[in-house]
Design a protein around this ligand. Structure first.
Ligand SMILES: C[S@@+](CC[C@H](N)C(=O)[O-])C[C@H]1O[C@@H](n2cnc3c(N)ncnc32)[C@H](O)[C@@H]1O
Length: 240
């Protein structure tokens, strides 16, 4: 006797269907396994980063060469007007200096003292630079990812100047934190959490530039300004 479903059989061949299904499954499995192997390979680096304070050897190298990400500093150079004072937190090889207009003054700060004028700081040991003045612009280019306590960092830096130019690669939900750690990135805030952090610190913010890389990571350049200009406590203390 014929079953009641016989008349509804699809027009395609069953073996074709199972082949496509198997091929898809194998393809998916391959992707999952490749990703898992990639992440497992990065695990030792991620653990090292998570346990260590700051990778000074890496930063010493960075301080000596023109970085492959210098385009970001070139863009920041276009965002800073003429005749202003700039403090660069995490200055690296100080390439920003040459992207600024000639009439600007430039003060580098970093954990690596690559030149005499660098003011020492170590944000992960809560050693924030003691600055001689307040600046028009505070630049944090490619440094925030390496900070263990992001809220504390933000709470400190806005006393250094009126406008902050700030870059960050926000965490995309679903992305691997191990891969971020393997890059040395110590925090994983989403774009939304960044906005909340700025608002909590009474900063108004806007995204001035967004770069999507091949890895599907966005690097954002923000401009931050205090909601109400505050008197710089350090500057006031130094001058009283
Ligand atoms: C990716 S590099 C960016 C350098 C430069 N801003 C640029 O865009 O070319 C990160 C910089 O942050 C500095 N840095 C990293 N961790 C730091 C810390 N805990 N305290 C102070 N500076 C730090 C490094 O020495 C390095 O110069």
């Amino acid at each position: 006797m014929a079953s009641c479903t016989e008349g509804n059989r699809p027009a395609y061949n069953r073996s074709d269907l199972s082949l496509t299904w198997k091929a898809n499954l194998v393809k998916r499995l391959k992707t999952v396994v490749t990703r898992a192997v990639g992440i497992a390979r990065k695990m030792p680096a991620a653990v090292r980063v998570a346990c260590a304070k700051t990778d000074k050897k890496r930063w010493l190298r960075v301080s000596k060469e023109i970085p492959h990400w210098d385009e970001r500093n070139a863009i920041i150079g276009t965002l800073v007007p003429e005749d202003v004072s700039v403090v660069d937190l995490g200055a690296g090889a100080q390439t920003l200096r040459r992207h600024l207009k000639r009439s600007c003054t430039y003060q580098p700060c970093d954990i690596i003292q690559s030149s005499k004028d660098v003011i020492y700081c170590d944000f992960n040991r809560k050693r924030y630079p003691v600055l001689p003045r307040k600046y028009d612009y505070v630049v944090c280019s490619g440094v925030f990812e390496y900070i263990r306590d992001p809220s504390h960092f933000i709470s400190q830096i806005h006393s250094y100047g009126d406008v902050i130019i700030f870059t960050y690669n926000p965490y995309r939900p679903g992305a691997s934190k191990i891969e971020r750690l393997a890059c040395g990135w110590l925090n994983h805030l989403t774009e939304r959490q960044m906005g909340e952090l700025f608002t909590k610190q009474r900063l108004v913010w806007q995204v001035l530039h967004r770069k999507t890389t091949t890895k599907d990571v966005d690097e954002l350049i923000y401009e931050l300004r205090p909601i109400q200009p505050r008197l710089n406590q350090r500057f006031r203390d130094a001058n009283e």
